[in-house]
Design a binder for this molecule. Structure first.
Ligand code: C2E
Ligand code: MG
Ligand code: MG
Ligand code: MG
Length: 282
């Protein structure tokens, strides 16, 4: 926007751009070391059955704690990881760590739930996602239906034939597929018919607008109708308020996730949540 501000000269603009590029390069260099330096960690956030308040699954969310730079949010470093293809090794680590954690919870006798991980389009482009998933399931002795892969809608912007084959292979394997951030990207409803999704996650931007009009309500209602037609579960994201929970339930949604129940928590805290099988409704 700055180039439209007459007070900002071209030189200043160029400098700002250079500064931005330097920061990006610098952060990418740091990210390259993050894995081996053990700076990456998986947090878990519960997915909840809205009627009973019980935990039904866990979404693994990546955290990066840099000793000097501090906490860097995924919204900042995931795009860098994608641009630099570091998402390849990082994604492999996420897959293995989530399976390793799930195995550890089971071995500890905890009431275990399935786990969801987020997977980028770039990971599919780098190749072998189904093989890697099959290997991880074998290595940690996990049933395929205990793992869900969350894929954002943006994959539909350039859905190559290879991606389609990979998603079909994963489905055939019994791994669950979830369509994340539904409603935010290039949504062609036709694609829902081409791929076999087991779950649709309604983006939090709709949930937080539910009290602001009929359009967001209509979107949520349509998603629920479509999901029923393709035999998929619906999960409402970003539930922060009691009123939002009541609203999505009134529209027919039975599952949700959000700060009202719990923020994403470190693995040790997650174990405690599982052990307590915490129920958020009376
Ligand atoms: P996402 O997969 O849609 O994850 C949900 C995001 O919403 C998370 O942000 C979560 O902390 C946040 N959230 C959950 N409940 C609430 C709520 O009630 N209110 C609000 N305002 N936010 C809520 P987070 O952890 O910052 O992650 C952002 C995105 O980064 C994720 O969005 C996902 O697209 C990406 N990401 C995170 N971990 C990974 C990963 O391991 N691999 C890949 N490829 N992407 C990841
Ligand atoms: Mg997700
Ligand atoms: Mg999401
Ligand atoms: Mg998101």
């Amino acid at each position: 926007r700055s180039q439209h501000n007459p007070a900002v000269t071209w030189t200043q603009y160029t400098k700002a751009l250079e500064q931005q590029t330097r920061e990006t390069v610098d952060l990418t260099t740091k990210l390259r070391h993050a894995l081996e330096a053990g700076q990456l960690e998986l947090y878990y956030q519960p997915q909840v059955d809205l009627a009973s308040g019980r935990i039904i699954s866990a979404e693994a969310l990546l955290r990066w704690n840099h000793p000097q730079a501090g906490f860097i949010p995924p919204g900042r470093f995931i795009p860098l990881a994608e641009q630099s293809q570091l998402i390849g090794p990082i994604g492999d680590w996420v897959l293995h760590q989530a399976c390793r954690d799930l195995r550890a919870w089971r071995d500890a006798g905890l009431p275990v739930t399935p786990v969801s991980i987020n997977v980028s389009l770039i990971q599919f482009e780098l190749g072998s996602v189904p093989d890697k998933v099959r290997q991880a399931l074998t290595d940690y002795n996990i049933a395929p239906e205990e793992l869900t892969l969350e894929i954002t809608e943006s994959i539909f912007e350039q859905p190559g034939q290879a991606l389609k084959q990979d998603l079909e292979a994963l489905s055939a394997m019994g791994v669950r597929l979830s369509l994340d951030d539904f409603g935010t990207g290039y949504s062609s409803l036709g694609h829902l018919n081409d791929y076999s999704f087991d779950e649709i996650k309604i983006d939090k931007s709709f949930v937080c607008q539910l009290n602001k009009g009929r359009y967001p309500q209509a979107i949520v209602k349509s998603v629920i109708v479509i999901a029923a037609a393709i035999d998929a579960d619906v999960v409402a994201e970003g539930l922060e308020l009691e009123s939002q929970i009541t609203a999505v339930q009134a529209l027919g949604c039975t599952k949700g996730q959000g700060y009202h129940y719990s923020r994403p928590v470190p693995e040790a805290v997650w174990r405690q949540l599982l052990a307590d099988q915490k129920s958020w409704t009376a």
